[in-house]
Design a protein around this ligand. Structure first.
Ligand code: SF4
Ligand code: SF4
Length: 141
């Protein structure tokens, strides 16, 4: 079977991807390689890095923006005329995201990243919006 390769740009401080089935450590590899179904909606595309993915510098982990900052991600995804809905839809998105990513079931990605250069690679660092209902205790991503 042919193996396809893809270059992803990952934060130099991101943890190494664990083995499939091990506890998720927020390495971000899965969400940087392609968006999940919810990420496709939030990103407005089916390929490439998910636009909902956030880099948390304090934790040095990637986090799912649909869980950590659902209102901000909805405002980013909705057309201007519908952005007022974000406030009301944010709790629904967050609950759906927690169910969808099955956060407590460990890493479900079989991807095997290989470094492309010895030095730091281009960063996908994004600010982590602070929302009143953001929960740092949520398991990654
Ligand atoms: S589920 Fe994604 S973010 Fe979590 S460890 Fe696996 S590849 Fe990394
Ligand atoms: S889990 Fe969150 S960050 Fe990852 S692809 Fe899905 S919506 Fe995007």
């Amino acid at each position: 079977m042919a193996h396809s390769q893809q270059i992803i740009h990952i934060h130099p401080q991101a943890p190494a991807k664990p083995a499939q089935g091990a506890a998720c450590n927020g390495c971000g590899v899965c969400c940087l390689s392609e968006p999940c179904p919810m990420g496709m909606v939030l990103s407005g595309r089916r390929t490439g890095a998910c636009r909902a993915l956030l880099w948390d510098g304090a934790l040095a982990q990637y986090r799912c923006g649909a869980v950590q900052a659902p209102r901000a991600k909805l405002e980013q995804a909705l057309p201007p005329a519908l952005r007022w809905l974000a406030r009301w839809l944010a709790p629904v998105l967050r609950r759906a995201a927690l169910r969808g990513i099955a956060a407590d079931q460990g890493c479900d990605s079989s991807l095997e990243p290989e470094p492309t250069s010895p030095g730091p690679v281009a960063s996908t660092t994004m600010p982590l919006p602070i929302e009143p209902h953001a929960h740092r205790a949520d398991p990654p991503p």
